[in-house]
Structure formats: C-alpha cells, structure tokens
Design a protein around this ligand. Structure first.
Ligand SMILES: [Cu+2]
Length: 122
C-alpha cells in the first residue's frame, strides 16, 4: 500500500509541471464586470484599464448605472470590432484579444464619456 501511494505521489509530482504548461498554452478565459457611472457630472466606464494576455478570451458583463433618460451607453473597442449598446439591464459579450498593444475603450455614443484602455501583453 505504501509503495502504491509513493508511486502515485511521484507520478503527480512529475506530471504537475506538465499540466501547468498545458493550461498556460490553452486560451485563458478572463471575466470582467464593467459599469458606466456618473461622478460630478462626468460619465466613466469603470474599471478604466483591463489587463489581459494575448490569446485570452475576454468575457465582459457591462451594465449602465447611470440613471435618467439617457441611460444607454456604448462600449466599443474598435481594434477587436467590439461595439455594444449597454443599458441598466446589462449585457454579456466576448472576444479574443488576438494581438498585443494598448487599445482605447470608448463610448461610441458620447465622445465626452470617459472610457479607458485594454492592455494586451505577450
Ligand atoms: Cu456614454
């Protein structure tokens, strides 16, 4: 019995770095929750910076917490052809961060609405 446990332990010890490498090679799923808010009359998308790795599958849940008549806001990342309309019910969408770089995030409905940036690293 002891021998079997030892063999099992050694096998797991040997395999775990390989498993880690395999997981790193596969596309990671990155989940983000972003909200449109208004602070002292200025609208923002928060968090303003999303940091991911090249090849990651980016899953975003976006929701507008800005009340009033104009509660629909845009969430656009031109480089990855993301262009969504977001209201107070929220919306899920996804894309693959297929290239490295820093890419603007903006509200395509309101130029004054402060967006952010998507940072894709190697
Ligand atoms: Cu907006």
């Amino acid at each position: 019995m002891k021998n079997i446990l030892w063999i099992l332990g050694m096998t797991l010890t040997f395999l775990s770095p390989l498993t880690t490498q395999w997981l790193q090679a596969a596309n990671r799923i990155q989940n983000f929750e972003v909200v449109a808010v208004e602070i002292s009359g200025t609208k923002f998308w928060l968090p303003s910076t999303l940091i991911v790795k090249k090849g990651d599958i980016i899953k975003i849940h976006a929701v507008s917490k800005i009340g009033g008549k104009n509660n629909i806001h845009g969430y656009a990342i031109d480089e990855f052809k993301v262009e969504q309309l977001i209201d107070d019910k929220g919306k899920d969408f996804e894309f693959v961060a297929s290239k490295t770089g820093t890419f603007p995030i903006r509200c395509h409905l309101h130029p004054a609405h402060i967006g952010g940036q998507l940072l894709v690293t190697e």
